[in-house]
Design a protein around this ligand. Structure first.
Ligand code: SF4
Length: 470
């Protein structure tokens, strides 16, 4: 088929034409890149660009070429990890939405000033004390979860521990110099990172927390290494670190979407520090905003090199940018997010390019159920987690947040002819579920016994909510 006859899928377009130095041009052909993918050769950056664009010889996504890329990726998934679709029984316990970093893609943070005791702003955000975190986690552990995921805003009152708080306090102007304000200034004291982790560490529940950006916040004003930080946090109960805050690991993109955040090199240093401290990590990409295909593949290449060096990345999570209610969209920098075809190709090329990471996740929070299920046939093998939350368990207020029961998982995964498997965070413990069993509940948590997470009423409970991109 020549370009004139080709059918093209919809692609996304940035509203503003940003002048980037890295551009998606190659000397490679799509056919050669496809041949390399088919034989399982390690793909070059040029191969990756050709595959994810379905060829730089024409604009738009060629549907027939896309189909070939997806088929090869699905086959590679089957060869590498088989037909199981895994998920984890987890709780989201984010500690605070207070943050003053101002990332332009974020709809999660609330300006931290609004959390101060003298503010009468009705911000709708929250901060939890360590005691409240413990209560929330203990109740979820009772229900059977095996993992707590905790990702929070960079609250100015947060410090790593008492010693760090003293160092921050001793600056002449802590707010300006090290983004620190004492807890007494706020309506609710979040405690220290160490106090929060100790509080959430209930029985043997797996604690998945402290992104590279949070670790950066936990060492501000010091020369402590990331390994020091993560070692201290590990002693407080941390088991693994989420590799979010990666966004696109190319600084010219970060300068547009999150100028207040750490650099790409520093993100990598934090991940290496976490692995050196003995923790597992994950890695992510947040795509579909201002970046181009060359940025996306450069990012995948950095993650692949990081995994060659560390071997500590247990899964890769492509996060499609949700544009609504973000400054990037409201200011007209972008006109939307990735198209369906772009999402499919991101999953497929992640599977093909990252030849040293076993697990590629399809996130139902980002894609919705229907598309997320489809992406399990484009190279993905993991279907995220139940994302139980306090709001779900108490049924408080009008918004329940997001939740998928174990029964939902069994039904959805069986419907596409795959095998539902509950997993531990590190994928080493697995429990295959039988679709025709009468009830479905988690079995891998410290107090799990196969009872549904919410008792008899958790089938089909789903509602929209907002989760952090970070
Ligand atoms: S992405 Fe994270 S660091 Fe950035 S504004 Fe949102 S909560 Fe703060």
């Amino acid at each position: 088929m020549n370009a004139d006859e080709a059918v093209f899928d919809e692609t996304s377009e940035s509203t503003l034409d940003l002048e980037f130095s890295i551009r998606p041009t190659t000397n490679q052909s799509f056919e050669n890149a496809l041949a390399a993918a088919r034989t399982g050769d390690r793909l070059s950056i040029a191969d990756g660009i050709e595959l994810i664009t379905t060829g730089t010889d024409s604009s738009g996504i060629d549907t027939a070429r896309k189909r070939k890329v997806l088929e090869i990726a699905d086959r590679r998934r089957a060869e590498r990890v088989g037909d199981a679709v895994t998920f984890v029984a987890n709780l989201n316990n984010n500690v605070t939405t207070a943050c003053n970093t101002g990332c332009l893609f974020c709809n999660f943070k609330d300006s931290s000033q609004q959390f101060e005791s003298n503010s009468d702003a009705d911000h709708g955000g929250f901060t939890k004390t360590p005691a409240v975190s413990r209560e929330t986690v203990a109740a979820a552990v009772d229900r059977g979860i095996s993992e707590v995921t905790s990702v929070s805003g960079l609250h100015p009152a947060f410090a790593l521990n008492a010693e760090h708080r003293e160092i921050l306090t001793n600056h002449d102007n802590p707010a300006r110099q090290v983004n620190y304000k004492p807890p007494e200034k706020y309506t609710v004291d979040p405690g220290t990172y160490v106090q929060q982790l100790r509080a959430m560490s209930v029985d043997d529940v797996h604690l998945h927390s402290i992104t590279p950006e949070e670790a950066h916040h936990a060492r501000r004003g010091t020369n402590w290494s990331y390994e020091d930080i993560y070692t201290e946090l590990r002693k407080a109960g941390l088991d693994s670190a989420p590799g979010t805050a990666a966004e696109i690991l190319v600084d010219e993109v970060r300068e547009v979407i999150c100028p207040g955040k750490m650099s790409s090199a520093e993100w990598e240093a934090a991940i290496e520090g976490a692995v050196n401290a003995g923790l597992d990590v994950t890695a992510t990409i947040m795509y579909g905003h201002v970046e181009n295909a060359a940025h996306q593949i450069t990012h995948l290449n950095r993650v692949r090199e990081l995994q060659d060096r560390t071997g500590g990345i247990t899964e890769f999570v492509p996060l499609s940018f949700i544009h609504q209610n973000t400054p990037l969209y409201e200011r007209g920098v972008v006109s939307g997010g990735a198209s369906d075809a772009e999402d499919e190709l991101m999953i497929a090329v992640s599977r093909l390019f990252l030849d040293n990471i076993d697990n590629i996740q399809s996130s139902w929070v980002k894609f919705g159920d229907e598309k997320a299920l489809k992406l399990l046939n484009c190279g993905a093998n993991d279907f995220m987690g139940t994302i139980l939350s306090e709001e779900i368990t108490t049924r408080a207020g009008g918004t329940h947040g997001e939740f998928r029961s174990v029964a939902d998982y069994v039904e959805m995964i069986s419907a596409i002819g795959r095998t539902p498997v509950e997993r531990s965070t590190d994928y080493t413990r697995r429990h295959e579920l039988t679709p025709d069993a009468r009830i479905h509940g988690p079995t891998l948590g410290p107090r799990a016994d196969g009872t549904p997470l919410l008792g008899s009423d958790d089938n089909g409970l789903t509602a929209p909510g907002i989760v952090a991109d970070d």
